[in-house]
Design a protein around this ligand. Structure first.
Ligand code: SF4
Length: 322
């Protein structure tokens, strides 16, 4: 059993790991490290937080903010910034860092794109981030569903800018092209970690396939904004991160986010160490020197954290570079 924070009951409750992550149930427990002082988050208690939660519930939506147990939920939801997670709450992969439920998902909800668009309009978002679980069970990996969601948001909220954070669409030929038929304003796909750790951290993914996906978006539309993210604290070295930065620049990626990995439960990958705020500042400086238009690196950075403000900065940085 593991203890989680139940957003509805505003209380801790015990859940069976077997129910959420059957593939991890028989793994030995990993040690939980005490968090350092610089990882402090506000409890989710504001009136605006409750309003955001009510809209999410009313439209029957899932959010990665809740499913992944994001530490920033109090701050983000107070600003109505919720990252919608489409195509259900069950992921077909089994990454060892991720708290999203795993297993065999149900059928796609054909009404979901419209429901997401209505919620975005109700929240009055100027910028929205849409992500999803991995859907290896679908022939296109869910590409058409992403496109339908983008189309529905454009219909209901034509001024809202749209950022998508997609799975890798591994072995789903034509999926990136299908999504790009309804181009988002920002196309994000996270590399998550360095290639050496893929086998243990992202066992269902392939490092070069993820890089190629990002490169492919730029091939289709050289003016597209692309973005990717890394977690640190999983055992990677600084040199390995430098190499990933170089690979991302070769793939033309514009925006890099780097945040600290936090271990969701004892069955997930252990934190190797907590990088200090000074080390994050050092990573940010190096990434900027390598030519990213924008870099966000801090212990609590997540790929959708402050995404609206960052999109404005991203556009300004490109305009200034031309
Ligand atoms: S950082 Fe992203 S995932 Fe976390 S609460 Fe904010 S919007 Fe949600």
């Amino acid at each position: 059993m593991t203890v989680i924070f139940d957003q509805d009951k505003k209380d801790l409750r015990l859940v069976s790991e077997k129910a959420r992550h059957p593939e991890k149930a028989h793994r030995p427990d990993t040690p939980l490290q005490r968090k350092p002082d610089w990882i402090r988050v506000k409890a989710p208690v504001s009136r605006e937080y409750n309003e955001t939660r009510a809209i999410v519930r009313e439209h029957n939506l899932h959010t990665v903010c809740e499913e992944a147990g994001c530490p920033n939920i109090g701050e983000c939801w107070t600003k109505a910034h919720a990252t919608m997670m489409i195509m259900g709450d069950t992921c077909t992969r089994a990454c060892s860092f991720c708290n999203v439920k795993t297993g065999l998902p149900g059928q796609l909800d054909a009404a979901e794109p419209e429901n997401v668009a209505l919620a975005v309009a109700k929240l009055g978002l100027s910028h929205v981030v849409i992500t999803s679980v991995d859907r290896d069970d679908l022939a296109d990996g869910g590409a058409a569903h992403f496109a339908a969601t983008i189309d529905a948001i454009r219909r209901h909220s034509p001024k809202t800018t749209i950022e998508i954070l997609t799975p890798d669409f591994l072995r789903k030929e034509g999926s990136v092209e299908r999504v790009m038929m309804s181009p988002p304003d920002v196309f994000n796909h996270n590399l998550e970690t360095v290639p050496r750790l893929y086998l243990t951290i992202r066992p269902g993914a392939r490092y070069f396939a993820s890089l190629r996906l990002l490169q492919r978006v730029k091939d289709i539309d050289p003016n597209a904004f692309t973005k990717s993210g890394l977690m640190v604290g999983l055992g990677e070295t600084r040199e390995e991160i430098m190499q990933v930065m170089d690979d991302l620049r070769v793939a033309g990626v514009d925006f890099l986010t780097i945040g600290q990995y936090l271990q969701p439960t004892r069955k997930h990958a252990a934190v190797d160490r907590f990088w200090t705020p000074e080390e994050f500042a050092g990573l940010e400086a190096v990434a900027r020197a390598k030519g990213f238009l924008l870099v966000s690196a801090s212990p609590l950075t997540r790929s959708s954290y402050h995404a609206g403000e960052d999109f404005a900065r991203l556009k300004a940085a490109r305009a200034a570079s031309r």
